[in-house]
Design a protein around this ligand. Sequence first.
Ligand SMILES: [Zn+2]
Ligand SMILES: [Zn+2]
Length: 349
Amino acid sequence: MESFRMFCDGSHRIASLADFLGDRLQESLSEAVYKKAAIDTVDEMKCNITAFNGNRSKLEFHLMKSLAEKEEFQSLITYINQPKAAFEIFIKECVDQYYMDKSRSIYKALKINLDQFTKLIHSAIKKSSSITIGRHGDVSSWLDTFCSELSAHLTLSHSDFKGVKYQNIKDIDFLKEAMTKALETVEENLKCDFSTCDVSNIKARPYEILYEQLAGCWETCPLCKAVCTNTVPGHKEDHSVKFHRSQGISGWRFSKTEYLVTGVCSSYVASDKCFKLNDKDRYPYREYRTAGPPYSKWSITPDLSSLNYWKWVVCRFQSDFEKHYKKKFAFINLTLKLTILIDINMKKQ
Ligand SMILES: [Zn+2]
Ligand SMILES: [Zn+2]
């Protein structure tokens, strides 16, 4: 009678232990499956989405293209004044679009990953059991082996199991059986979760991974707000960008007037023109570095060419910019305006 009670107590304790371990496993397993799916999806997206398969300059080109297609001033001004936010929005939009197109394959990927991880756990249960039995060990040594077997794949800390570690359970065969059953339940639960899962569960991570991988230096030209194209955040060399913009786009106006500057800073640095800070300190563009930081930290090389994109932006959104900065654009060449607008319209047809 006494031994039967002991057996019941023991098996009951093992079953509770298996349930407890099952719950911990479900959390770690779900986390690992989503994490792996996110990494796999990022790799897939980098192969399939052109905007993501290069460096940030390539991403910026696609962002500019999408802004030109949208023709929304609000999105454009966000890109000019808060480039980081605009990049985040653009990456999110691409990721959302990708999930909309590929939702089925993402569910499949989650199930495949779940299968792989479950196999690893099954083999860890078997291995821990045979090692522990061979050494006449108890549940504590079983847990040691189990955690170290899975440490490369799951975030499973032995300290999570502290509460059950010292229960002096010796029936390892029964533990093995109970754990196998608990794992089957966990697998069913997760399959069910994945089938009904809203893809937003996984969306945030690929977005975060991509943003981190594609981020670079976020400094902007103090004259036109073009983003530095260096791919290393906090780089030692001067900031630089290939294409600068019309300065009026970032709100620069001619001194003591209400007119926005149409010219591009990279052309001005080759001229005899000057700029003023705080309406008093005057600096020749040729010696823009004398204005101190952030000017001194930029390498703006004289370049008389500029992207047609920014000329088009000024022409297309002239009145929006004027309303936004409560100023007028000076000297917009009407012939240029017509040429660009006609050119763009021809390309659209
Ligand atoms: Zn500039
Ligand atoms: Zn930089």
